[in-house]
Write a protein that binds this ligand. Structure first.
Ligand code: GLN
Length: 199
């Protein structure tokens, strides 16, 4: 089993270190052809406009959409969550646009560029997840097939899942708590659409 980490820009290295610490092999993905060999994919945090530009430049748009449609697990963290969203305010070019959520970039404003919060996460045993937010987005609304997994104190949605697609507004690869990476690895073949189901 190999997890790919889209390595066009952003903190892909921290994800691969986190995965290595729980015994999961990963590869840095820089060409669309690499996607074929992967069992799952992480789209890291960084700058979503930059990653979106590189996705277009290197011909990743359709291959990434097909990867999401294939039912293999895909996890977008922070900028990665922005790229997965079907609707984003203020992104000047298309992302992957596959998850039925609406996301607001830089939702916490300049005064609170970064902060940490304990997030009660549905499906995660062992207490709240200590989450690090860096110029983070929030998930403003979710479609009917999307499950909200976590909110911060004021009610803003910061983690959600739609079948094989997982989005977190924060940076679970920073901070040393491996539970979300472990959770991601449990999203598996069960989520793959059955042949002919037209998902
Ligand atoms: N503010 C960034 C963006 O809109 C996301 C920040 C992050 O990934 N830490 O792309």
């Amino acid at each position: 089993m190999t997890t790919g980490i889209l390595a066009l820009q952003g903190d892909f290295r921290e994800h691969s270190e986190m995965l290595a610490s729980i015994g999961q092999a990963s590869v840095e993905v820089r060409r669309p052809e690499q996607l074929d060999a992967l069992d799952s994919l992480i789209i890291p945090g960084g700058e979503s406009t930059t990653i979106a530009r590189l996705i277009l430049r290197y011909g990743f748009t359709e291959p990434l959409r097909a990867f999401c449609d294939s039912g293999r697990p895909v996890w977008g963290t922070c900028a990665g969550a922005i790229l997965l969203a079907k609707q984003v305010n203020d992104l000047d070019r298309p992302g992957i646009e596959t998850m039925d959520v609406s996301v607001a970039r830089n939702a916490f404003g300049r005064q609170v560029d970064s902060f940490e919060a304990n997030v009660e996460m549905k499906g995660l045993a062992g207490g709240p997840f200590h989450a690090i937010f860096i110029r983070a987005p929030i998930i403003e609304s979710v479609g009917a097939r999307v499950e909200v997994l976590g909110r911060i104190e004021d009610g803003a949605i910061v983690a959600a899942r739609q079948g094989n697609l997982l989005a977190t507004a924060f940076h679970p690869e920073l901070g040393g708590d491996t539970r979300l990476h472990e959770y991601f690895l449990t999203i598996g073949a069960a989520e793959r659409p059955k042949a002919g189901a037209g998902a």
